[in-house]
Design a protein around this ligand. Sequence first.
Ligand SMILES: Nc1nc2c(ncn2[C@@H]2O[C@H](COP(=O)(O)OP(=O)(O)O)[C@@H](O)[C@H]2O)c(=O)[nH]1
Ligand SMILES: [Mg+2]
Length: 571
Amino acid sequence: MHVADREQHDVLLASVVALRAELAALRLPLRLDAGGAGDRATSERIAVLDQLDDYVVPRLTQLEAPLLAVVGGSTGAGKSTLVNSLVRAVVSTSGVLRPTTRSPVLAHHPDDERWFADQRILPSLSRTSGSGSDPGGLHLVAEPAVPPGLALLDAPDLDSVVEANRDLAGQLLAAADLWLFVTTAARYADAVPWEMLRSAADRGTALAVVLNRLPSAGADDITHHLAEMLARHDLGDSPLFVIPEMGLTDDGLLPAEAAEPIRAWLADLAGDAASRAAVARRTVDGAVRSLSRRVATIAAYADRQRVAHAALERALDASYETAYTRVDEATQDGSLLRGEVLARWQEFVGTGEIFRGLEQRLGVLRDRVTDFFRARPAPEAQVTVALETGLEAVILDQADAAADRAQAAWAALAGGPDLVGDDPAALATRSDDLLDRTARAVRDWQGYVLDLVREEGQGRRTTARFLSLGVNGLGVALMVVVFAHTGGLTGIEVGVAGGTGVVGQRVLEAVFGDQAVRQLTDKARADLRTRVRSLLAHERSRFDQRLAAFDVDPEAGTDLRTALRRVEAAS
Ligand SMILES: Nc1nc2c(ncn2[C@@H]2O[C@H](COP(=O)(O)OP(=O)(O)O)[C@@H](O)[C@H]2O)c(=O)[nH]1
Ligand SMILES: [Mg+2]
């Protein structure tokens, strides 16, 4: 090879290796349309990887390695018999019982053993030799009758009833420098082999066709028809060998002279390095050319993965953001101050006396507080409990609603059903520990509010007003004020809730001053928001984990196309 050729060759090899790495790293976890484009892209990714590993990379790495001629075709066409006949020894089992070729046989010249004994090509198949044979392995046989520089591989039936055999046949053919396609008068029009031949033509694989067991009756018509079919499939240049129907030797081989034209043709192709390189180069170039379309299909599907993943994430965001917003609204629009809370609060502060002079109010309050402390559980404690229950209920409801929305959205989105899994009902409700965690969070928040009041009261403890209500009473007032705020409005114009809040507001302002009350309210609300956020974040983490398990690299499609362009530029 010339220096410039060598350099170009190295660039091509490096770019193919880089493309292979992108493909290997690619994850296509979301099933976007089972049975359709998704399955095609997924299997194409594996097929391309196999072809790069089994053929393109090893061939580019060692252009001088012997040619691998893979003998493929339909069941009972005489593939194994042909391989044995070319080698002049029974190296591969032939017969009418199926499946015969379990562990494919690779026959090579003894001098060429080193090329096949290691995992250079077909690295996924373990090697066996001698009498051992490992299903799923590759059985190596050294035979002096095999032309040096060429190996013959007897592939399983392309139309095998065993799926693993069909897959293996496809994989072996993708690893071939050269196909020897064996068919018969009865089978040559079968659909399956022609699909394989079409993909061989697409990939520019060098090909020879063997029409085996041709009966003398109608021989010309059949040969003519087959030649026509080959031409129609852009395979008109491929040599066509015809073997008439004849008896086999006692060993089950074709008579030597019947196999001779094929043997001679193979020996000629493999005979000198330049001819070998020309065959290999043609097949490599074809394989590299075929990457464009195949990798583009895979990259397009990777793009769709990204889009689908983003849609799943957006649906999840929206579900929980709505929950957060609704909890937030409920803590501001006064709706928490109805029912039990309102009753307890009114019990605490009295009713219908809001517009009395504050000093007088406070006097009344002090008396009531004192009474309550003496007689029964502190009234502010009852308000606290009522608030706690109300707030918990809102959070739990919204957590249920968010889970239900997220589950339903996922079930309806592309790729979503796998994320939902087989217990949609469990996913569609709040998690088991939410009740405990919410109760704790609400109590912690109430503790925080009391701390706020306590801190604010430092230095004011001596004031009669502070003392009259105490930290607990003022804390409850602050909680009520937090829940009563409606768009910054406080007062009778916002109705019962506002009216309820107004008492608290007045009380707090009388003790701390209005500026301090604003700050306390803001702090208390901010803290509550943080706690609600964190509760809901923990709630959605179940969904996040599922989403993470189906994570896709958003750059994958672009990276694949970039790697592909480098290969195209180098070839
Ligand atoms: N008479 C005759 N029998 C053949 C010929 N080629 C294959 N057979 C028989 O056909 C059967 C299937 O052949 P085999 O080589 O196992 O086919 P494979 O499935 O393509 O490997 C075996 O029983 C062979 O002995 C041939 O050219 N002439
Ligand atoms: Mg066979």
